[in-house]
Design a protein around this ligand. Structure first.
Ligand code: AMO
Length: 439
């Protein structure tokens, strides 16, 4: 089928074209019938004069057409200044119904994204995503990921694909899903961490992966999912984790610039969010200094026990702090205590050489320089009681491995924050959480 998209109809006045999409609405009046046809780029009115003898069959077809059926329409594009939908209409010579929607009433309201309960919307996600407010989220997400990939390709990074079925728990040993694997157990990867480091040991120098990440976390928050898309990067021959932070600054600045150029106006108009492209380095602060600042400036107090990590409230307030003091939406937090960080983070004077990056008050990244020296790494794994679980991983470091570092970004969180949507459930094509495995 030689088909044109609705947003290009302006280039086809007085020509005959074919369009295809969903029937958003049908009005059957005494003398005329109107269809609102929707494709992924927009909507157009199709007008059928009932009195025209040639339209007889078409008129009958339209009289029985249900909303959300799919049709293919061939017709002439004509200027019609009075028509609200772009000042044009399509006068059809042929309409073919390619699928019939079972109901005139849908199980959820797809015209107003706020009208139905979120759970019902997720149950009928394929209908929910027919609302452009919801599906445009993925156009933006796609652009964001494309831009990040592009940035890395330009810098000679190689995209790899690591297995998600693994023989031993990765990272921490907790929060891991077990799966039956023939007559034994396998696990779903909690991150590509070990394999991206293996690529460093393999001499691949600079790699990244965009792929599924599984976490058996029973968290019902607006930012947690049990499966999400991780954007993971690793590169070799670094002197310090500061280089990892620099790469991330550049990557995000590049990606936001590209997203703004393509969708900045739409994001402002539809989601009410400005895409702010960072203009310089992101501010950096140690965890303990951050707590001091939050207390002094905003009276935020927590027990010393809580100060060993970022509380959700501290994350939120760190956004205010970064904006008030630096005019930055991003802030790097460093110098976490070693028992709160992964065993594979390199330590200097016992301080893990890593960071969290907070954007608009939510953690989007953990990154670090890794411990690449076999003996040290083994010791750090033993300290956390993980040395048995990670034995296969320790092998990667026995036969030489360059100093390296990297970070992991959550694509779904980035999407949610970029568009200011209230929950990660809407930033994922299909949300997976403790209580949701369907559709
Ligand atoms: P971390 O566990 O911090 O680090 O994960 C990296 C980023 O992934 C996102 N994220 C999540 N998104 C949605 N739901 C979740 N349950 C969830 N958990 C994490 C966040 C987070 O910052 N291996 C390290 C990364 C590295 O050091 O390279 C890791 O996985 O945006």
């Amino acid at each position: 089928m030689k088909r044109v998209y609705i947003d290009t109809l302006d280039q086809h006045y007085d020509e005959e074209v074919t369009v295809a999409g969903f029937v958003e609405n049908v009005r059957d009046l005494q003398w005329v019938q109107f269809i609102v046809l929707r494709d992924t780029t927009g909507k157009v009115q199709i007008t059928i004069e009932k009195s025209e003898e040639a339209n007889k069959d078409m008129v009958e077809l339209v009289a029985n057409l249900t909303n959300e059926s799919t049709i293919t329409v061939t017709g002439k594009v004509v200027e019609a200044p009075k028509v609200k939908m772009g000042g044009k209409e399509l006068i059809p010579s042929n309409i073919t119904v390619t699928s019939t929607s079972a109901a005139t009433e849908l199980p959820i309201n797809i015209k107003d994204h706020d009208a139905s309960l979120l759970d019902a919307r997720l149950d009928y996600r394929w209908l929910d995503l027919r609302n452009p407010y919801n599906s445009n989220i993925f156009k933006v997400q796609s652009k964001l990921v494309e831009a990040m990939r592009e940035f890395l390709y330009q810098r000679n990074f190689v995209e790899i694909h690591t297995p998600k079925l693994i023989g031993a728990a990765s990272e921490s040993g907790s929060e891991v899903f077990e799966v039956k694997y023939f007559d034994r157990l396998a696990y779903l990867a909690q991150s590509p961490q070990f394999y991206k480091q293996m690529a460093m040991s393999a001499g691949m120098d600079r790699i990244f992966e965009v792929g599924p990440v599984f976490r058996a976390e029973n968290s019902n928050t607006n930012r947690h999912a049990t499966e999400f898309t991780g954007f993971d990067i690793e590169f070799s021959f670094i002197d310090s984790y500061l280089e990892v932070m620099e790469l991330e600054e550049e990557l995000l600045t590049y990606a936001l610039e590209k997203v703004k150029a393509s969708y900045g106006d739409m994001i402002q108009e539809v989601y009410g969010q400005e895409v702010v492209v960072p203009t310089g380095k992101f501010p950096r602060i140690s965890l303990s200094k951050l707590y001091q600042e939050l207390e002094q400036r905003y009276g935020y107090q927590v027990s010393d026990d809580a100060k060993v990590d970022l509380t959700t409230e501290a994350e939120k307030l760190s956004y205010q702090y970064a904006m008030d003091v630096y005019g930055s939406e991003f802030i790097f937090v460093t110098d976490f205590p070693k028992d709160k960080r992964a065993f594979y983070h390199m330590r200097k004077e016992d301080v893990p050489q890593g960071y969290d990056l907070i954007w608009r008050g939510v953690e989007i990244t953990t990154g670090a320089q890794r411990e690449h020296r076999y003996e040290e790494l083994k010791k750090q794994a033993e300290e956390k009681g993980l040395d048995q679980d990670v034995q296969f991983y320790l092998e990667f470091f026995k036969y030489g491995c360059p100093p390296h570092g990297g970070f992991g970004l959550g694509v779904d969180r980035l999407t949610m924050l970029l568009l200011g949507i209230p929950t990660i459930k809407e930033g994922q094509f299909l949300f997976r959480g403790p209580n949701r495995l369907n559709p």
